[in-house]
Design a binder for this molecule. Structure first.
Ligand code: WTA
Length: 654
């Protein structure tokens, strides 16, 4: 980055964009004063605040107590019973939403399918009956490994209906990664497809399931297979069942029962700082309140909106903002199966124009790719229906923010930069589009009811613009309840570092206006194209190769992906490092984890720098890795330096 670039980004950062008056006039929260009044009310009486929101949903039995809390454990809506699938579907069937489109689906090859709330409800009931017939009961885990097709939504809602927690595994994960997740969750049934479309190719999902199930430690009774790609798949009679035979034959009537508010709804694996991904567990009552509330507030949804969140259901964003949040709000959701540049770089804008998308939510990595592909692609399409834009998953650099606003939003749409995590279940820090003036690159202020702050290591609040740790001081309904099977790791990871607070690994600063600027992770988690990976997970994959003695993995700034993976590898004695070996090792990581973890760069080293106690000095390697290429523009130089200092202070006590 040249000095000139840096000056631009500092200038851009000081700009403030108030909500457009026309937007504010019709918004649910239409002024900063109204936002602040909500915050004050939520802070004064948090339980009453959340109870009021929860009362807008259906409960088959009321709660005895809103919150029962002793750090690190919190139980919400104690004693209540509810069904998330009923809140997403049945609740809308008695009114005008009955025949409204719930899902507008478009496959990568161009096929489309529309499901109204009535139709989606029928499909979910059939799937619930089919799963029930295969022996799935409340409490049994079901693994879902599907492309972005309506059956993914149907399967999730059918599981929720039965109280069978789902574990959705992103279709880009390898057979090995899938097997690990099935084993850890102890899923008894897998729902998959014969394939899905990605960049004109078929992703062989069923083959990966077969491979995962070859693992003798994987104990799965049934595999339900959606026919999507139409190719040949191997078949194990008795174990494998076609969706179109089992589900389509099932009855479309299903009487849902309420599940305990603290009954597990889903687990979702995410990377922590060790080699083993952790199953983040969310429960029924609290999660539904968080997803419902944040979708309504942040996206200011109205009944005529067409909402498109481009995330895959394999990530938490897909859970909360493709499925649960929008459907609980009775929204119309766009769902697209494939790549943003298939067949051409304007596919997303073509979809926005044809379906009349009004609210569009995507990741900074995608925005930076669109910027690079050129303004002519969005310019070819009518994007005038858009009224609100969102960003999620990684810090958005001011340049990308400004481009998003101008080229996609026509200088008229507010942008909500939303900070949250798999662990938080729903958005924590974000502008309210009709109320909060925005600053490019800042997620702005916490939502009403969310006690987020930036603090020093001892828990005391940081001064204005002082870099510190991003924490949440009070429980919120959609917080994770545990790491599946490892409550001690849960306590240590999130509540062990900063006294009395939830801390999940980000460095941030708060400016003089109280705006939060998230800088990035201070632990050994890297964020590649908005996907979380642990450096140790990639290292474990590398050292599992017979020719590798030792490996160290770090992230370096990348202009497009935010961070890119650089691996340093020491081969075993007698092994000649060469390009062929580098290619073999990169491919090995793809097989162990998936293409998202493929090292961008792999360097051989005779030895790795270590501390006297034998810890790899990643900080040093990060400097080496970053020095080799032009600096990315994703954060300003000062932010990077602050982040490095925070990371050092965070890690020294480990
Ligand atoms: C990062 C994705 C800056 C952050 C919803 C967090 C962000 C991690 C933002 C969680 C944002 C997410 N600005 N950083 N708006 N949103 N992050 O679990 O480092 O996949 O800790 O959840 O992404 O990633 P996860």
């Amino acid at each position: 980055m040249s000095a000139g670039d840096k000056i631009t980004s500092v200038l851009v950062e000081s700009r403030v964009f108030p909500p457009p008056p026309a937007f504010a006039a019709q918004a649910r929260v239409g002024s900063l004063a109204a936002y602040e009044a909500l915050c004050a009310r939520a802070a004064a009486e948090p339980e009453r605040f959340w109870a009021e929101i929860a009362s807008e949903l259906a409960w088959s039995q009321p709660w005895r107590e809103v919150l029962d809390w002793e750090l690190p454990d919190a139980r919400w809506f104690v004693g209540a019973r509810t069904n998330v699938s009923v809140n997403c579907l049945d609740r809308h069937l008695d009114g005008p939403r009955r025949n409204k489109a719930a899902l507008l689906f478009e496959g990568e090859p161009g096929d489309t399918r529309v499901l109204t709330y009535h139709q989606l409800h029928r499909e979910v009931c059939k799937a619930a009956n089919a799963l029930d017939a295969l022996g799935i009961r409340a409490g049994d885990f079901v693994a879902i490994y599907l492309p972005m097709i309506p059956e993914a939504v149907i399967a999730m809602l059918a599981c929720a209906r039965l109280g069978a927690p789902h574990t959705v595994v992103f279709g880009g994960f390898s057979a090995e990664a899938l097997a690990d997740r099935i084993k850890d969750s102890r899923a008894r049934l897998v729902i998959t497809a014969d394939g899905g479309w990605r960049r004109g190719q078929i992703v062989p999902l069923k083959d990966n399931v077969d491979k995962a199930l070859d693992d003798p430690e994987v104990d799965v009774d049934h595999v339900v297979v959606v026919r999507r790609a139409g190719g040949e798949s191997s078949w194990k009679p008795g174990r494998d069942h076609w969706w179109h035979e089992t589900v389509d034959r099932a009855s479309p009537r299903h009487q849902a029962v309420g599940h305990d508010a603290e009954h597990p709804l889903f687990s979702l694996y995410t990377s922590g700082t060790t080699g083993k991904p952790k199953g983040i567990l969310h429960t029924t009552g609290g999660y539904q309140v968080g997803a419902y509330y944040t979708t309504r507030m942040v996206f200011d949804l109205r009944d005529d909106d067409v909402f498109w969140c481009t995330a895959d259901v394999g990530w938490v964003t897909g859970h909360s903002y493709v499925v649960y949040g929008p459907l609980m709000n009775g929204a119309t959701v766009v769902m697209y199966e494939g790549a943003p540049n298939q067949p051409g770089p304007d596919r997303f804008w073509d979809i926005c124009a044809r379906w009349g998308v009004t609210v569009f939510y995507t990741a900074p990595t995608a925005i930076r790719a669109f910027m690079r592909w050129g303004d002519e692609h969005p310019a070819r399409h009518d994007l005038s229906a858009l009224r609100l834009l969102g960003s999620v998953g990684e810090p958005i650099n001011p340049e990308a923010w400004m481009w998003y606003r101008r080229v996609i939003g026509g200088d008229r749409c507010p942008i909500v930069d939303t900070w949250w995590q798999t662990e938080t279940g729903s958005i924590m820090i974000s502008p309210l589009p009709g109320a909060t003036p925005t600053k490019p690159g800042s997620a702005t202020r916490p939502l009403p009811g969310i006690a987020a702050d930036v603090v020093r290591r001892d828990g005391t609040p940081c001064g204005p613009n002082e870099g510190g740790f991003l924490v949440i001081r009070r429980p919120w309904p959609s917080m994770l309840r545990t790491i599946w099977g490892d409550h001690e790791r849960f306590t240590r990871t999130y509540f062990g570092d900063i006294p009395g607070c939830y801390f999940a690994g980000d460095g941030a600063r708060k400016d003089a206006d109280g705006y939060i600027w998230v800088m990035g992770r201070v632990d050994d988690v890297i964020n590649v194209a908005g996907h979380r990976l642990s450096t140790m997970e990639v290292e474990s994959a590398l050292v599992s190769h017979p020719k590798v003695a030792e490996a160290a993995v770090v992230g370096r700034p990348d202009e497009l992906k935010g961070q890119a993976i650089v691996a340093f590898v020491t081969p075993k004695g007698g092994i000649q490092p060469d390009d062929a070996l580098a290619a073999e090792l990169r491919q090995h990581v793809v097989e162990q984890i998936g293409a998202l973890a493929r090292p961008e760069e792999l360097r051989f080293a005779d030895a790795l720098p270590k501390t006297r106690s034998g810890k790899i000095m990643r900080r040093l390697l990060r400097e080496v890795a970053s020095g080799s290429t032009a600096r990315g523009d994703t954060t300003t130089l000062e932010d990077n330096a602050v982040l490095e200092r925070l990371a050092a202070s965070y890690q020294q006590e480990d």
